[in-house]
Design a binder for this molecule. Structure first.
Ligand SMILES: NC(=O)c1ccc[n+]([C@@H]2O[C@H](COP(=O)([O-])OP(=O)(O)OC[C@H]3O[C@@H](n4cnc5c(N)ncnc54)[C@H](OP(=O)(O)O)[C@@H]3O)[C@@H](O)[C@H]2O)c1
Length: 299
């Protein structure tokens, strides 16, 4: 599968794999290594993490696997995130579930991620969610330092509005290269709120989190989900492919260059969507999904 080359220097695979659910996969370290190697073999080289995943343990599980074959490090782009504080048994120092973008926290969080991931650098660090208290000048100082120290190569954000993105960018020397957003046939809000227009204008890669709505596309019983699933099944049947393949083709069809971050722990599911990554959905089918999700025809 081809890579996406970002004019501002960021490089990533067309489809990414997320590690949010690693702790649920019930894999030994060598099985996790096998999973990572399979991702890389498929050309899925962008691997998405966050400090908080699995109660702060998913990065550890990844690092344990990578330690078994450190030479793999340079074959992948590691994305991780910071900024959410999550009280947990693993972090008794955290009292309140909240956000923290003080320079001290950003710097400490990156050091902890590097140690857990068994890495010397992070390819792309994302600010996980916008905070009402974030101070763009203070954040910029921390990010500049991380870049100068060689700990992080690129920066991006997640769940940021266009205005929040612009505010932070206005204080940074380095370009923000990613905005990771919830994008799926059941989550259309960012197709309509200017986020994807903004991404195209500024050549920012939109990464789609929970592209299959975290599995709800297959199990949800509400009216909207039933409507969307029915349309996806009809398209899948007519094209002789699976629902996952239709959804990924639907996301890849968007002109902003969406990079879906797949979350399954079953490697064959990833293999399937990678094999069909150049499959093109007709505009008729694209709009059938859109209309089913909106619940009404286009005006
Ligand atoms: N930036 C953010 O705020 C944010 C938020 C959430 C997630 N993320 C990132 O996005 C990544 C992907 O999120 P996600 O895990 O929700 O992605 P997803 O691909 O939408 O959902 C994955 C879930 O769907 C299930 N699934 C997949 N195919 C299925 C099928 N055919 N039938 C039934 N179930 C199926 C998987 O189960 P199996 O494992 O059994 O296949 C898994 O539980 C995360 O790993 C994380 O890196 C970021």
């Amino acid at each position: 599968m081809r890579h996406q080359y970002h004019p501002l220097g960021f490089e990533g695979s067309r489809i990414a794999q997320g590690f949010w659910r690693t702790h649920e996969w019930n894999m030994s370290a060598s099985e996790r290594l096998g999973f990572i190697e399979a991702c890389l073999d498929f050309g899925v080289t962008t691997l998405d993490h966050a400090d908080i995943y699995g109660d702060y343990q998913c990065e550890v599980l990844f690092g344990e696997a990578l330690k078994l074959k450190p030479a793999l490090r340079d074959k992948m782009e590691i994305v991780t995130k910071c900024g959410i504080l999550l009280p947990s048994d693993n972090r008794p120092d955290i009292a309140v579930h909240r956000y923290d973008y003080r320079a001290k926290h950003i710097l400490e969080s990156v050091d902890q991620s590097l140690a857990k991931l068994e890495c010397e650098y992070i390819d792309t660090l994302l600010l996980h969610r916008p905070s009402p208290l974030m101070d763009a000048d203070e954040i910029a100082q921390a990010l500049d330092l991380l870049f100068t120290l060689g700990k992080v190569k690129h920066f991006g954000v997640s769940n940021f509005s266009a205005a929040q993105f612009d505010l932070l960018q206005s204080r940074l020397d380095a370009p923000l290269v990613v905005n990771q957003l919830e994008l799926s046939p059941l989550a259309l809000q960012h197709f309509d709120d200017g986020s994807l227009d903004h991404a195209q204008r500024h050549v920012v890669t939109p990464m789609a989190w929970s592209p299959l709505s975290g599995g709800a596309l297959f199990s949800g019983k509400d009216e909207k989900t039933l409507r969307v699933r029915q349309v996806l099944m009809a398209i899948a049947e007519s094209m002789q492919i699976s629902i996952e393949q239709v959804v990924v083709a639907w996301l890849l069809r968007h002109p902003s260059g969406i990079c879906p971050v797949m979350g399954s722990g079953k490697i064959d599911r990833l293999r399937l969507v990678v094999e069909s990554h150049d499959l093109v959905l007709s505009d008729d089918d694209w709009f059938r999904v859109w209309v089913a999700s909106q619940g009404h025809s286009v005006p």
